[in-house]
Design a binder for this molecule. Sequence first.
Ligand code: ADP
Length: 473
Amino acid sequence: MKVLSVASECVPFVKTGGLADVVGALPNALAAEGVDMRVLLPGYPSVMRFAEGAKVLRTEDYFYGSGARLLFCEAEGISLYVLDAPHLYERDGGIYLGPNGWDWSDNSERFAALSMMAVVMAEHGAGDWQPDIVHGHDWQAGFMPYYLRMTDPHIPNIVTIHNIAFHGLAPADRLGTLRLDPSDFSFDGFEFWGSISALKAGLTWADRVTTVSPNYARELTRIEFGHGLDGLIRNRASGVSGILNGIDLDVWDPATDPALVNRYKRPRGKAKNKAALRQEFGLPEADGPLCVVVSRLTGQKGLDILLAALPSLLEQGGQLALLGSGEPELEAGFLAAADNPNVGVRIDYDEALAHRLIAGGDAILVPSRFEPCGLTQLYALRYGTIPVVAYTGGLVDSVIHASPMALASGTATGLHIYPLTADAMRMTFKDLAELFRDRDLWATMQRTAMAQPVGWEASAKAYAALYRDVLGH
Ligand code: ADP
């Protein structure tokens, strides 16, 4: 089976969040299932650096505003197609945001072009390769199923929702530049409260829609989580299925991780990493759990609630080491909290430090308001770092709450905060400190956490089954 994966991010070429990890991991994970997956990415400067000497497969004189080329190369173990369109992607600043922090005003065209190139590849082939299925990710690939709707024979396609909060909205006057049929600008089409929604186009026309955890798939049918698309999801004949993300077990392996001062196979190996982490963050010795956070600092992640409940963690003898960047108010809030000697904060994006935090922490805090899957709690499990998570999305599917029964049977791997309020979080910090004091119970939880199957094996099989299903095999 040949599958073209269409995305705006892919590790190690370009990343702003978990989407990039998933898109980068899938080709390798699926190879074991006999799937030939290749990736199509926009030619941002960071991607073009990998595409030096790439083969030119197509040249377009006019593609969403100016000339463009389709390139192919093998890079970092991935068969990579690149849409080289300097007028769309060769810019300073972020991949979605300009230097002023606002979305690029032509984001819709930038990713409509990517979706259209996927369609051209599916219809006409790319060099000597032609996909059987096109698999798009998030709103950036939303127009792909729409553009494919007229192909004959039909080309099976799938859209995966990594985060339904981002719709890729454009004003209605872009119908022409986006190559959309005005008659589909309706409630049943891609119209969303007077705007064009790329994600709605994808969810309406895709043969299959998946998301990144079974629990988020259920949540998406509810008004609190659907971001205005819950009705559409409830009404989709084939529904939305959830396949839990995995993590790259080679990159996230405490036994071989080059970022650590002490590599380990058993929980007690964490002690030296914890000592080094304390030193790095200037934290003193303390009796309670050292909690870590590695996160974008945005409203989604619920870290404002952590700021409110933080004093109670410190009262329990706990400590906090946080790495993140994002909204200015949250950055300022945590920097102010770091006046306390038991709180250390780095406003930064730093992969190696993320590894050191996850290895050195006793617990990781993920109090998200919604979390399609979440990756940091999966890394933490593998590193014997106990996840303390909100009861939402993939956090529910991946963390087994330390209820009396789960503790007695040795199946507990973490703690759920429920409901997600500062008060409930304070209670959870008390439970956490108590568990942490019981060295045997804590060590059992750590061992159970480290034994969880957090790799791609099960999910790769689920994707392969989905591909066979959509092909009618
Ligand atoms: P989201 O995609 O919503 O940001 P995920 O948990 O799915 O959340 O994925 C976040 C990814 O980004 C993880 O790989 C995490 O380690 C990484 N990450 C987030 N913030 C930072 C940071 N400041 N430094 C390094 N890595 C980070």
